[in-house]
Each structure stands twice: as structure tokens, then as C-alpha cells.
Design a protein around this ligand. Structure first.
Ligand code: ADP
Ligand code: MG
Length: 604
């Protein structure tokens, strides 16, 4: 028999490799831009035609190549970045396998023009399907220009599989964005079919994010900065209120290399958990800097996964970093309350000039500034006076005695009582004034935020109050739930539950959290178990958040509940003592402020 094994010619081997490395125009864009970065360029320009199908050109002002290197760079395993196996563990550059250019040249018509600073002229090489077609000298500035034409010209099957130009262009913009994001000190441009899509000037990361995503990001970003033993995390997160319904603005980098990492993404989602609605996604632009020896980078060049030696540590640091960023830059704006003493002082001063008589018109406790009936023209002044005007003295000086008002309303003005602090609207909202306008708080959401933070604290070690049950109830569960409840026992104890397991599936409820007075303890525990199963992960962190969220939503004051003034005041005080007063644990807004301008506008 004849021998039948043959070595594949290089051009075929390269084409096979190309199938893996270059899947679409955007892959070539990525490889060429990364090479330009590795070459130390300070300006990188990307020009594409027909979403990269007809042409991709990358121009850089980096180190350039010698004539020999220019020929060699198209060879497989031709790389200047590593020379021995150990280098693999210290790699900080983007490329290292020496595969990209060989792959691109195997499936396209490539023109390379390159010149080192020290050389007088540059080298021009045309390589088509792994064959050098032309070589000449060219006058040019130092740097390198790669022009890739007719990608997949010799692999029609691949070419036919490309998606619509819009889809391919989106991939290109995405690769461009990833490279540009982590290199803000480098200038970039992207021109597509003659139109400039991006012109990014060298600057800092914040400016780069604004350059890529729009100037509105100026106020949306919160800086993240965390340094730990072997990990440093730096970048920005998007404030919770700007979370989007679609994924997309989620950028993780490890040593400036873009990665996707579901587990670490979870750390961020978790940190935002009680602040954004379930169907929204947090935005972030974060670089995780680690010793290259602490990650496994020996992975496929087109893959975006990376393995950390100690991923749990990175998770914890990342979570803490994001929590800190959210906490430090308190999401709630400073709210300036009008204190009763402010009002009294102002009134005191005024009363010397305009003695104020004791009100003889009873104040309507159900006064509702929003109700339709409360709309006649003259009464609005009363409303203004009662609720808005900080300084009745000024008001009168400004308007004088309003002779244009009907007699009756003048009386209202004289007699109105200005120190009602809190009103309850529809037994669901607390309405009060702040210096900037009218503050409307959702009582249920406010209370759930207060309770949520309280329980989180208790779960973190400040054990909560418990009340003993006079008639302990029994809770009987199936085997699975019973073992889950057993797992949760330490946490449940923290918040005031006293549970005793009497047989494998039954627990006696001997004590409940102090806030749960009058609540169905069995139902409460079942809810906790349910929510825990819904969001089940093994992390203790999740368990705590879940328990705090469940209790907060179950035990908070419901809408349609009448509240006394003291209760309202207490709740408002507690709310604004919270770390994040603005959003409830379910991600909904807790309060709104109707500003003075907005009010004025409404009155025309
Ligand atoms: P890798 O980047 O993995 O080393 P490539 O095939 O992408 O492999 O590139 C091969 C080599 O060509 C690089 O190692 C580098 O020495 C050289 N090279 C590629 N692009 C450039 C460039 N824009 N400027 C200077 N040298 C480059
Ligand atoms: Mg490369």
C-alpha cells in the first residue's frame, strides 16, 4: 500500500486556522486594532467600507516594522511578543499567538505599509491568500497601515454567511468600543462609508465613555475605585436610575482585555439588586487589574472568557467596590427640609410687622392639594400661602394687600395656619414641603426601604429584637424546604426569629421579629423560603439580601393605611437616614419632588 498521509500546504492550514480566528469583519478589526495598540500607537484610525466586507483599513502611528519583519509577520506563529513558554504567564499584550495576520492574509487581499522611525522609507507588501504578490518601498510617515480587501474572497461559503451590513457594522462598532474604552489615552476615529462615526480625543476614561456613549453620561456615572491585595478595580458604574431595559453597556476588562463573565456580572447585579427593577440591567465600565499569573490567559484568541485563580475573591472585591461607589455617592439628592423652627422664626419676625391673629377658620385635615374640587382660583392663594410660601412677610410686601382678591380669600390668607408639616394623600402618599418644592413620598415604598436597610444591618451582625410567641405555632414543611429552612436558621435568628426543630420536617416558631407583631409568622417564613428558591445561589450574600427584601416587602406599611402625623414624621426621618433613600428594594422610586418651577408653570 502507498503512504497516504500528506502535510497540508501552509495556505490551506492558514485557511483552516482563519476559520477560527476570523469569523467576521469585526474579528479582523479587533486583531488589527490590538496589533496597533501593542505597537505603542497614540493614534489609531479605522476606516471600513460595506461594514468591512469590501475594505477594512487600520492606520497607526506605532513602532512600525523592518522590511524583514514586514514579510515575516504574515507567517503562522510569527510573533514578536513571546519567545518562550514562560512568557505566556506574564503576557500583558493583546496578541501573542502570531496567528491573526496569517489568518487574515489567508482569506483576504492584504496590503501592508509600514515604516519604523529610524528607517528612511517604508515597506509595502501585498499578500493575497497567503501568497506575497508585491513588495516595494514607499515613502510614508512612521507607523503601520493594514488594508484588508474583500474578506473571504476565496471562501465564498463564509462570505455568504455574513449577516446584514447593519448587523456586521454593529459588531465592528462593538469591537471598536471595547478597544477604545480601555485606551482613553489614545486617539481613535472610525469612518464608515465615508462618514465619521466616532472621533475620540485622548483623555481620561470618563471623557472616553462620553465620547462613545454621549455627553449625557457626564451625570450618569459613578466612579469605582478599589484596591485590594492582588486585585485593583477601577472604572465607572451607571447610576441605578439610568439602568436600561436592554443589556449592552456592560463592559468588563481584565488587564484591559474585554471579557464576559457571568459570575462577576452577578456580583454587580447583586450590588445593585435592591435599586433597579428586576427587568433592568446595570451599566458598568470596569477594569480588573490582576497579576497575569493569577489568571489563565492561555485561551482561544476570539474567546472572551478568562479564568481567575481565585474568582470568589474577585467577586467579593467587585461587589464591595460597587456597593461602596453607590453608597459614597448617595443617589438621593440633598433634601433641604423646612423645619418647624424655620417657619416659626420667619413668622415671629413677620408678626412684629403684621400681627397674625389666632386662626378661627378650622383647618381641613383632609386638605388635598391635588384634588380636583380644590381648584377655585382664589383658594390657590391660600394653598400657596399655606404650603409654599416660606416667608409670608415677603409675600405680602410683594403683593401688598391683595385688593384684587375676593374678601373671603383675604381672610383665608390672614387666618391660614402655616405649620401643618405632613399631609397624607389618599392614605398612601405623604406630602410635605422642602425648600425646593413639594415632596411626595410613597409610604409603602419608603417603609420597605427603611425596613430593608434595618434587616440588612441585623443580618450583618447587629442582632435584631425578638418577641416571644405566647402560643408557639408549628410550621411543617416538605423535606426540601425543611432542609433549606435549616440552612437559613442562622440568618433568621439574626433578625429575631426563634425557631426550634422538633422533627425532620417541623419547626416550632417560638419568637418572631419585633416588627412582625400581628403578622402571620408561618406565611412570612414560607415567603422567605419561596423567594430564596427563586433567587437561589450559594452565596451567603444573596441569602441575606433575599431575606431582607422579603421581610421589607411583607412587613412594610401597605398603601391605603391611615397614618398619624408623628408616624409620618418618623417614617420620613428614618427614610432620609437610609443609605439609599431614593429607591425601594424593588427598584421603584420612593419619592418625587415637584419643583417650584414646575408648580409655577402649572399655575400659568
Ligand atoms: P500577535 O499579535 O499574536 O503577535 P499577529 O499575527 O497579530 O500576531 O502579528 C504578528 C506580528 O506582527 C506581531 O507580533 C508584531 O510584531 C507585528 N505587527 C503586527 N501588526 C503590527 C503593527 N500594527 N505595528 C507593528 N508591528 C505589528
Ligand atoms: Mg495580534
Amino acid at each position: 500500500m502507498l503512504d497516504i498521509i500528506k502535510l497540508l500546504p501552509d495556505s490551506v492550514a492558514n485557511q483552516i486556522a482563519a476559520g477560527e480566528v476570523i469569523q467576521r469583519p469585526a474579528s479582523a478589526v479587533k486583531e488589527l486594532m490590538e496589533n496597533a495598540l501593542d505597537a505603542g500607537a497614540t493614534q489609531i484610525d479605522l476606516v471600513v467600507k460595506d461594514a468591512g466586507k469590501t475594505m477594512i483599513m487600520v492606520v497607526d502611528n506605532g513602532c512600525g516594522m523592518s522590511e524583514t519583519d514586514a514579510r515575516l509577520c504574515f507567517e503562522r506563529h510569527a510573533t514578536s511578543k513571546i519567545s518562550k513558554a514562560e512568557d505566556l504567564f506574564a503576557i500583558r499584550t493583546m496578541g501573542f499567538r502570531g496567528e491573526a495576520l496569517a489568518s487574515i492574509a489567508a482569506i483576504a487581499q492584504v496590503e501592508l505599509k509600514t515604516r519604523r522611525k529610524e528607517d528612511e522609507v517604508g515597506t509595502r507588501i501585498v499578500n493575497e491568500g497567503s501568497v506575497v504578490k508585491e513588495q516595494s518601498l514607499v515613502p510614508m510617515q512612521p507607523g503601520t497601515t493594514f488594508t484588508v480587501k474583500n474578506l473571504f474572497f476565496n471562501v465564498p461559503a463564509r462570505r455568504n454567511f455574513l449577516k446584514s451590513p447593519q448587523a456586521e457594522m454593529r459588531h465592528i462598532v462593538e469591537e471598536f468600543t471595547r478597544v477604545a474604552l480601555m485606551n482613553p489615552e489614545i486617539g481613535f476615529t472610525l469612518i464608515s462609508d465615508g462618514k465619521e462615526l466616532f472621533h475620540l480625543y485622548a483623555g481620561n476614561l470618563k471623557q472616553r465613555i462620553m465620547g462613545l456613549f454621549g455627553n449625557s453620561y457626564e451625570e450618569r456615572l459613578l466612579p469605582v475605585n478599589q484596591e485590594a491585595d492582588r486585585v485593583r478595580i477601577e472604572g465607572y458604574i451607571v447610576k441605578a436610575e439610568f439602568a436600561k431595559k436592554t443589556r449592552g453597556e456592560q463592559y468588563f476588562f481584565v488587564n484591559k482585555r474585554f471579557i464576559k463573565h457571568a459570575y462577576l456580572h452577578h456580583a454587580i447585579e447583586n450590588a445593585f439588586m435592591e435599586m433597579i427593577p428586576q427587568d433592568s440591567f446595570p451599566g458598568y465600565f470596569l477594569n480588573i487589574e490582576v497579576d497575569p499569573a493569577d489568571i489563565d490567559i492561555n485561551i482561544h484568541p476570539t474567546k472572551t472568557e478568562v479564568n481567575f485563580l481565585d474568582v470568589k475573591l474577585v467577586y467579593a472585591i467587585l461587589h464591595a467596590a460597587v456597593r461602596k461607589a453607590i453608597g459614597q455617592h448617595n443617589l438621593s439628592p440633598m433634601i433641604d427640609f423646612e423645619t418647624p423652627s424655620d417657619l416659626n422664626n420667619e413668622l415671629g419676625m413677620v408678626s412684629q410687622v403684621f400681627p397674625v391673629s389666632i386662626p378661627n377658620v378650622p383647618i381641613d385635615p383632609n386638605f388635598n392639594p391635588f384634588s380636583k374640587e380644590y381648584g377655585p382660583h382664589e383658594k390657590r392663594y391660600e394653598q400657596n400661602y399655606q404650603r409654599e410660601n416660606k416667608d409670608p412677610g415677603d409675600w405680602r410686601l410683594l403683593y401688598g394687600e391683595r385688593t384684587d382678591l375676593p374678601q373671603e380669600s383675604q381672610e383665608h390668607l390672614d387666618n391660614a395656619q402655616p405649620n401643618v408639616q405632613y399631609l397624607q394623600l389618599n392614605q398612601s402618599f405623604i406630602v410635605t414641603t422642602v425648600k425646593s418644592g413639594l415632596l411626595v413620598i410613597d409610604q409603602h415604598l419608603a417603609h420597605s426601604r427603611v425596613l430593608f436597610e434595618k434587616y440588612l444591618k441585623e443580618l450583618e451582625g447587629n442582632k435584631g429584637m425578638s418577641q416571644q410567641e405566647l402560643f408557639p405555632q408549628a410550621l411543617t414543611l416538605n423535606m426540601n424546604d425543611a432542609s433549606l429552612l435549616k440552612e437559613l436558621l442562622p440568618e433568621l435568628e439574626c433578625i429575631g426569629f426563634v425557631l426550634e426543630q422538633v422533627n425532620p420536617t417541623t419547626f416550632m416558631i417560638n419568637g418572631t421579629p419585633a416588627d412582625a407583631a400581628g403578622c402571620d409568622a408561618v406565611m412570612l417564613l414560607e415567603k422567605i423560603l419561596d423567594n430564596n428558591k427563586l433567587n437561589r445561589t450559594d452565596l451567603q450574600l444573596d441569602r441575606k439580601l433575599n431575606i431582607a427584601k422579603t421581610l421589607a416587602s411583607q412587613l412594610s406599611i401597605k398603601p391605603q393605611t391611615k397614618m398619624g402625623e408623628m408616624e409620618m414624621q418618623n417614617l420620613v426621618d428614618q427614610l432620609f437616614a437610609c443609605n439609599v433613600a431614593e429607591v425601594a428594594p424593588n427598584g421603584k422610586k420612593v419619592y418625587i419632588i415637584i419643583g417650584m418651577e414646575e408648580l409655577m408653570e402649572k399655575f400659568g
